[in-house]
Design a protein around this ligand. Structure first.
Ligand SMILES: Nc1ncnc2c1ncn2[C@@H]1O[C@H](COP(=O)(O)OP(=O)(O)OP(=O)(O)O)[C@@H](O)[C@H]1O
Length: 648
């Protein structure tokens, strides 16, 4: 089999773990749950669709029935009297031509009714399945958003996307076609079996011998194909993940010159998907023809026995009379009985596919959420901005301790800076204040209330977060500025942009505030993105600010703009700043030096320099990069801005 380009030898691919497999809910049949949890409000549409589909099946039986009766009673001299089931004999005309017209009329009416019922079936089932699809998708999305950060740390975006897209769509297809198909099948098979028995019970037994065989065969197929479908659904997710990752990282791929490597990885993921699809298809193609063969044998047996019966009287142990028309109807009915049975594989297939999708959808909702509102969650009305960390210990899901016994307090309006070597735990400490994670031990309080007892939306509107990875959404500058402060007026927005030193460059963009900035804001420079994110924070106007200072270098002028914007933003707000450049936090009220997750030094800039410890070392290293003269210039500029702020 040719899978495209072969994997280059120099790149060895490790099999990727698939954490998503853990999130599968197999407790209750997911398809029953779909009806229970989502189907109820629109069940009437399902009922209408189902009824129409059964009626359309029913009327489709009329033509062969009428045809058989007509052959025996109208076209065969000496045949039985023309009699229709459920129609009183007095309604049936006696003239032959009238009987022909009646038969033709009945066949036509059956076809016309069939069309109407099919239409109603389509509308009813589509309405039902699309509404359920909408509800499942929006609910699953809402649920996914509330999952703990730990889930997203482990996340495979493509897997989550494939649940929200492919799996939800699979469910819809099942509800739309497969389910009604299955019910139709049961009703048709039972109904026709009844008619066959009514027509000739002995010949009916010959046809029905196939049923138990087909059933056993189908059940076996279902249990064999189920795990294959599960693997297939995961593989769709893995492929999506790979594609999604690569598209997001296209710049890195190009600049690292790793196109060939990535092609190999995509080929690998695609090959896995191919293999798993092939495993399913192989089984399907074994099963489907076998079913058809069995059905064909049953049909042939019915034909042989019935044919012999017609030609030379009842064969073997059969007794009684068989008419030609009756036999024709019988054969038509046998065909309609056996065809759907032989096609049961398609239904089983779609069922197993949808079931695997349902397990993944409900797997998401089965995930425990620990960072959620407590029952008696407190809402802070007027936030003063006192922040306190008390003996905080923390480790991520992998259990490796990241913070040990971290304690500090910040008074309203003060700035505390967290500094220290990379990986010391600065960002982690700050994230605990926003309750992106819960402490393992100790507590973090805002205005004296443990953040775990605060309503999450109250906490997160009180604490603003400006991250070093500025994330902007595809849309206009305006949309990105007012994100999270949707009620802001135009004047407020412009004022925030001015304060963040963004107004001028935004005005110079082709469409000003209405300029589209591309996915993740790619059409803006790093410095511009940062200023937009500062303006956004100004508009949100939180009492407490967590500032994860950008590490990426910008030119000196932009740096000055940003520093000025930051000075305005932090003025009067409690600020926890994670600083990489010590020069920017020299004026912080308190500087905490973290190392290996512990606070190893604390004090003001001057105190820490006098201590001559880790801070002093870091300062001296950085001083090489930042000339004291530059620092003095920054100082002078900052002092000027502070004065300007004070004088309004
Ligand atoms: N989501 C996560 N899951 C598991 N471990 C993590 C996670 N995020 C960070 N860590 C680990 O926690 C430790 C502290 O990371 P953190 O980002 O808080 O450090 P930092 O001091 O802010 O570093 P930097 O200055 O480089 O940003 C590191 O060892 C890091 O590998």
């Amino acid at each position: 089999m040719n899978f495209g380009r072969v994997q280059p030898k120099e790149h060895r691919l490790e099999p990727e773990s698939n954490p998503f497999d853990d999130y599968r809910d197999t407790d209750r049949d997911p398809l029953v749950r779909i009806f229970d949890d989502y189907g109820r409000p629109d069940l009437h549409w399902f009922g209408v669709g189902l009824l129409a589909s059964l009626l359309s099946r029913l009327v489709s039986l009329v033509p062969p029935l009428v045809l058989g009766i007509a052959i025996d009673s109208v076209f065969t001299p000496g045949g039985p009297a023309y009699s229709l089931p459920l129609v009183p004999a007095s309604w049936v005309p006696s003239a032959t031509t009238d009987l022909v017209v009646l038969s033709a009329g009945l066949v036509l009416a059956a076809f016309a009714l069939g069309v109407v019922f099919s239409w109603v079936q389509g509308v009813g089932l589509s309405l039902f399945s699309n509404r359920v699809q909408h509800a499942v998708r929006t609910d699953t999305y809402a649920l996914m958003q509330r999952l703990d950060m730990a889930f997203f740390d482990d996340k495979q975006t493509g897997q989550v996307m494939s649940v929200l897209n492919n799996d939800v769509r699979n469910l819809r297809t099942f509800l739309d076609n497969t389910l009604s198909g299955a019910i139709q099948l049961v009703v048709t098979v039972v109904g026709i079996a009844g008619i066959l028995f009514y027509l000739n019970w002995q010949l009916a037994l010959v046809t029905l011998v196939a049923v138990p065989l087909l059933t056993v065969f189908t059940l076996r197929f279902m249990t064999t194909i189920r795990p294959l479908y599960r693997a297939l659904r995961s593989s769709v997710g893995a492929l999506n993940t790979r594609l999604e990752n690569n598209l997001s990282g296209i710049e890195v791929i190009k600049t690292s010159n790793t196109e060939t490597y990535e092609e190999a990885r995509v080929t690998e993921a695609s090959r896995d998907y191919y293999d798993r699809t092939w495993a399913v298809v192989k089984l399907e193609y074994l099963y489907q023809p076998s079913m058809e063969l069995l059905a064909g044998v049953a049909f042939a047996a019915t034909f042989v026995i019935g044919g012999l019966w017609l030609v030379s009287g009842p064969p073997l142990f059969f007794t009684g009379e068989l008419y030609v028309g009756e036999f024709v109807t019988f054969l038509f009915m046998t065909q309609r009985f056996i065809d759907p049975l032989a096609g049961a594989g398609r239904i089983v297939n779609a069922y197993e596919n949808a079931r695997a999708s349902g397990e993944r959808i409900f797997g998401l909702s089965a995930l425990p959420v620990t960072v959620a509102d407590a029952e008696d969650a407190v809402v802070l009305d007027d936030v003063r901005g006192t922040v306190e960390y008390d003996s905080v210990d923390f480790s991520y899901a992998n259990g490796v301790p990241v913070l040990h016994d971290v304690s500090f307090a910040v008074e309203p309006g003060q700035t505390v800076a967290l500094v220290g070597p990379t990986g010391a735990g600065k960002s982690t400490a700050a994230k605990l204040l926003l309750r992106l994670y819960d402490v393992s031990d100790g507590s973090v309080t805002l205005d004296g209330v443990d953040v775990r007892h605060l309503a999450l939306d109250s906490l997160r509107s009180a604490v603003g977060y400006v991250s070093q990875d500025v994330y902007l959404f595809d849309g206009t500058v305006r949309e990105n500025l007012v994100y999270g402060a949707f009620d802001a007026t135009e004047a407020e927005m412009v004022a925030a942009a001015e304060a963040a030193e963004a107004h001028e460059f935004v005005e110079n963009l082709p469409d000003g505030y209405d300029t589209r900035i591309g996915e993740r804001g790619v059409k803006l420079s790093g410095g511009q993105r940062q200023r937009i994110s500062l303006a956004r924070a100004m508009l949100q106007d939180p009492a407490v600010l967590v500032l994860d200072e950008a590490t990426s270098a910008v030119d000196t002028e932009t740096e000055l703009y940003i520093q000025r914007a930051l000075a305005r933003l932090t003025e009067g707000r409690t600020t926890v700043v994670i600083a990489h450049r010590l020069s920017t936090v020299r004026h912080a009220d308190q500087i905490l030096v973290l190392d290996g997750g512990r606070v190893v030094e604390r004090g003001t800039h001057d105190e820490l320099l006098a201590l001559d410890g880790l801070y002093a070392t870091l300062w001296n290293v950085q001083a090489g990069a930042l000339d004291e003269a530059d620092a003095d210039i920054l100082d002078a500029l900052e002092a000027r801005d502070r004065d300007a702020l004070k004088t309004g």
